[in-house]
Design a protein around this ligand. Structure first.
Ligand code: ADP
Ligand code: MG
Length: 526
């Protein structure tokens, strides 16, 4: 950092530089998403101030009507996204717009290959957030004033390695992000109010704050009415929400870029009242197995955002869920700490878990192929539920899928049981570090020759739940090493699979001759 008068110069964190470099150079097809990202951030900023004001309403300074404005100045080649949310002070600007704090960043960086095509799809999974502004702008200015403070600061960057910070003026709290649109055909196309309106209605209709469009022409600013509905999506009825709107909402609340694989939207009434819009993502997030990862479902109370640190609200084995739960029963002034041991929270958690598991079971029944994809992404996490949540063991045992010697795909335990041989009273499995090693285990021979199916366990979590779960459908789980003794009672080997003894003898003789002293003995097994 160096200081000339009051202008400080900072360098981007190395990760940010790499991300920016890639974003600007690679031909990212969806450049218009920059607007949804910036509006999403503006909406988060309003949410966060509304929450902070619950305990300190002086932060609002008499201005409680939150709003977002997208202002176009085609002549000046700028688009400015403004909000009257929580704002950022100098330290916030440095921390939030100069580094990537998100968990999974290190993992993400490791996976980058330098191959533009592959990296673009990775960025798609990771999300680009604020930095997406540089896909269309060659210079970005952020002027912000944090709620409860008097000083404003300007952050300014061309996205090429560093940024500057200096004192600025802003009449009230909030943030203005001004994009100086690059001189290029695709970029220039954004300098059109109709285009901006279309992008906002496509991507940001679900935002719970009014979004106004304004256009500066010949020195006159023309401001339009709000272009979005401005009501929180989960308060609408299902029939009023299109699939595209659910997808955009998922991307906003989940900070995600893929499509939801399952969407669950309902309102619970009765003992406890809450609305929920929950999504199972399509792809595995980078930090799914990061011990620090917490569930990412946002908790609202009566439409006011409370927290997205919802470890209490969603069990760990469903930590891949994204979405919103809005409670009518919790007090508005609930602090994050108070969520622990709160009976209402415990009830919501129980009810939501049940709903999600039945939605997954339903998916498995109606769209088995789609469910297999979900299982590919989240199976090892869902299996954690088998030892964490004794109460849900039964539905979970119906849900779990395994690799098996019977086929290349996934099988359910029910499927396994239906294929059990006459006289077989156990579910056999083999454990190994990966499915191929399991499939090639020498212990499988005797089972294979008798046509007995064996499940292939290769997730580390399998060892844990096996110690807690004895049986499925009264059939105990038995490892093939323990089960070897059962083989004699499980009937004759399948004659068609068996190699005639004389052929085996001949093979052994030939092998012995070929290998000579290199082996002590060659024997057959079952
Ligand atoms: P994400 O939204 O996933 O956290 P972003 O790159 O979009 O990541 O934004 C980075 C951070 O910058 C945000 O988490 C927030 O702290 C801060 N930020 C961005 N835009 C605003 C804004 N308009 N008002 C206040 N803070 C903001
Ligand atoms: Mg964001």
């Amino acid at each position: 950092m160096s200081t000339t008068d009051t202008v400080e110069t900072h360098e981007f964190q190395a990760e940010v530089s790499r991300l920016l470099h890639m974003m600007v150079r690679s031909v990212y097809s969806d450049t218009e998403i920059f607007l949804r990202e910036l509006i999403s951030n503006a909406s988060d900023a309003c949410d966060r101030l509304r929450y902070a004001a619950l305990t300190d309403d002086s932060l609002l300074d008499g201005e409680a009507d939150f709003r977002i404005t997208v202002a176009l100045d085609a002549g000046g080649r700028t688009i400015t996204i403004s909000d009257n949310g929580i704002g950022m002070d100098r330290d916030d600007l440095i921390a939030h717009l100069g580094t990537i704090a998100r968990s999974g960043t290190a993992n993400f960086m490791e996976q980058l290959t330098g191959d533009a095509q592959k990296d673009v799809s990775l960025i798609g999974q990771f999300g680009v957030g604020f930095y997406s502004a540089f896909m269309v702008a060659d210079h970005v200015d952020v002027v912000s004033r944090k709620a409860g403070t008097q000083d404003a600061f300007k952050w300014s960057s061309d996205g090429q390695g560093g940024y500057t910070i200096e004192p600025a003026d802003r009449g009230a709290r909030g943030t203005d992000i001004t994009l100086h649109i690059r001189e290029g055909e695709t970029e220039s196309a954004f300098l059109d109010i109709n285009r901006l309106r279309q992008i906002v209605t496509t991507y940001s209709d679900h935002i719970g704050f009014p979004i106004h469009l304004s256009e500066a022409k010949d020195g006159v600013v023309d401001e339009e009415e709000s272009v979005n509905k401005g009501s929180a999506l989960w308060t609408r009825s299902k029939s009023d929400v299109t699939e595209e709107q659910y997808t955009e909402f998922y991307r906003h609340v989940g900070h995600a870029f893929d499509e939801p694989a399952v969407t669950l939207h309902y309102r619970a009434e009765g003992m406890i009242e809450y609305s929920a819009v929950l999504f199972v993502p399509e792809t595995q997030p980078m930090d799914l197995f990061d011990p620090a990862r917490k569930p990412r479902v946002k908790l609202y109370v009566k439409r006011v955002f409370i927290t997205d640190d919802t470890g209490e609200l969603i069990p760990g084995y469903l930590r891949f869920l994204r979405g919103v739960i809005d409670s009518e029963d919790l007090p508005l002034n609930i602090s994050r700490e108070m969520l622990q041991n709160n009976p209402v929270v415990a009830r919501i958690r129980k009810a939501v878990t049940g709903r999600v598991l039945s939605a997954l079971e339903d998916k498995a029944k109606k769209e088995p192929e789609a469910f297999d994809k979900i299982w590919n992404a989240f199976g090892p996490v869902i299996k954690e539920g088998l030892y964490e949540d004794a109460e849900r063991r039964e539905p979970l045992l119906n849900l779990v899928r395994f690799r098996s010697t019977a086929s290349d795909g996934w099988t359910s335990l029910e499927g396994y049981v239906s294929r059990m041989k006459e006289g077989q009273d156990a579910i056999y499995y083999v454990s190994a570090s990966d499915p191929d090693a399991a499939r090639n285990s020498p212990h499988l021979e005797g089972f294979a020759s008798r046509g007995i199916e064996v499940l292939l366990f290769s997730d580390p979590v399998d060892d844990f739940w096996l110690s807690m779960v004895d049986a499925f459908d009264d059939k105990p789980f038995k490892s093939v090493t323990q089960g070897a003794a059962d083989l004699s009672t499980l009937g004759e080997t399948d004659a068609s699979d068996e190699t005639p003894a004389t052929e085996t003898d001949a093979l052994i003789a030939a092998l012995k001759e070929a290998l000579g002293d290199a082996v002590a003995d060659i024997r057959t097994t079952d």
